[in-house]
Design a protein around this ligand. Structure first.
Ligand code: BGC
Length: 381
């Protein structure tokens, strides 16, 4: 056993199976053609411990993520589909980059510098995840780096997308770059950067759904979650924050001590009723001087798999897969039933463009948008 730099105990088996010194070279293959005729590629990243991530340039979607359990057995721990057609037709944002604005904007309206902008209302009365064709549905320009003979400690992809002025109703041309880095410390790092030529809201995130016991293996209610959050942003019945920042004390949102997702999800609680379970933004605690904050730790007791999430963002949307209803057929034909996956989306708070008390999400010309999130994988005894 050894302790990794940021604290997870890696099982001896997982370390011993490392077959190489460095990460493997990135490989590229075809993943079909979009309905509009764009060719889509799939890239495979593998680190020195055989942790493997497959990513397509459509939406920057993580198709699969194979990680070892405490006995060194690998399983795919993210939800997804086998075909591009399924992602285009019916995906609830499985594995995708979300933008220009992750999460909801009330009634699809916001006013910026005296001008009101109208966005698609694609989620009941509200705007969700960038609209009808958000960053999850565009083909990104991908450049691989690292791995192979060049050695080094990591391997990855740089994904670039230029969102034209007025796209999905948002002002300004936004140049976005998202870098995925897989390190030999079993971290998957997301670096988000953007610039604009006109003031615009920006809130980029990643929407992987996890099941640390393995994709399709059952619901996620037994996962044990710890969240570094003493407060959350309560919502109305359409999941728009009411504007208050409430203490988690005495509520089912208090995950400051390790707690099973399922322990309180069925409680008769107005907030849980609004979300049909957990679908809420937690306000992360930060120590002065912190850049990366430990936001969450998730342990799956049967496999021993552990995921930690570190971020520079102030919030975390914890979504317990409440809208999975057995209607989607995922990889290998598996049926995604209720709560077969959870998402933890690092982000600014929902509806910030309309909530002056929340940290600002407005990016202006001359400013550089920067955000980092780290998923760190390991195992517990
Ligand atoms: C939202 C959920 C939504 C899901 C989309 C989450 O980020 O909070 O309400 O249903 O994304 O699949």
């Amino acid at each position: 056993m050894r302790t990794s730099p940021i604290g997870i105990i890696l099982a001896a088996g997982a370390v011993a199976c490392a077959g190489r010194e460095g990460a493997a070279p990135v490989t590229r293959g075809s993943f079909g053609v979009t309905r509009s005729g764009q060719a889509v590629s799939v890239y495979t990243l593998k680190n020195a411990h055989d942790l493997e991530v497959r990513v397509i340039d459509y939406g920057g979607i993580i198709l699969s993520l194979k990680a070892p359990d405490r006995a060194g057995r690998f399983a795919d721990i993210v939800l997804g589909f086998d075909s591009l057609g399924d992602y285009e037709r019916a995906s609830p944002y499985f594995g995708a980059i979300i933008g220009r604005y992750g999460n909801r904007i009330a009634r699809g309206h916001f006013t910026l510098d005296g001008k009101t902008y109208a966005l698609a209302r694609n989620n009941g009365p509200n705007h969700l995840h960038g609209g009808l064709r958000g960053f999850d549905k565009v083909v990104w320009d991908v450049t691989p780096f690292g791995g192979g003979a060049s050695g080094g400690d990591s391997v990855g992809l740089v994904l670039r997308y230029t969102s034209p002025d007025g796209e999905e109703g948002y002002p300004g041309t936004l140049r976005a770059t998202v870098t995925y880095t897989l390190t030999n410390q079993n971290e998957l790092i997301f670096d988000y950067e953007a610039t604009t030529d006109h003031a615009t809201p920006v809130n980029l995130t990643q929407h992987s759904y996890f099941n640390l016991a393995g994709d399709g293996s059952g619901d996620i209610l037994g996962h044990v979650v710890t969240l570094n959050a003493a407060r959350f942003t309560p919502v109305d019945s359409t999941l728009i924050p009411t504007g208050t920042i409430a203490s988690v004390n005495g509520t089912p949102f208090d995950f400051r001590a390790p707690t099973r997702i399922g322990a309180r999800i069925g409680q008769n609680d107005a907030q849980l009723r609004h979300g049909l379970g957990y679908d809420h933004n937690l306000v992360l605690e930060r120590n002065p001087g912190d850049t990366l904050t430990l936001a969450a730790r998730v342990v799956e007791p049967s496999s021993g798999r552990v995921m930690e999430i570190y971020t520079t963002e102030p919030g975390l949307q914890f979504y317990s897969g409440n809208f999975l209803h057995g209607t989607l057929h995922g990889k290998g034909g598996v049926v995604y039933r209720h709560r077969y996956g959870f998402a933890m989306e690092t982000q600014h708070f929902p509806d910030s463009p309309n909530q002056t008390a929340f940290p600002s999400t407005i990016l202006r010309p001359g400013q550089q948008y920067r955000s980092r999130t780290v998923y760190k994988f390991g195992t517990a005894p």
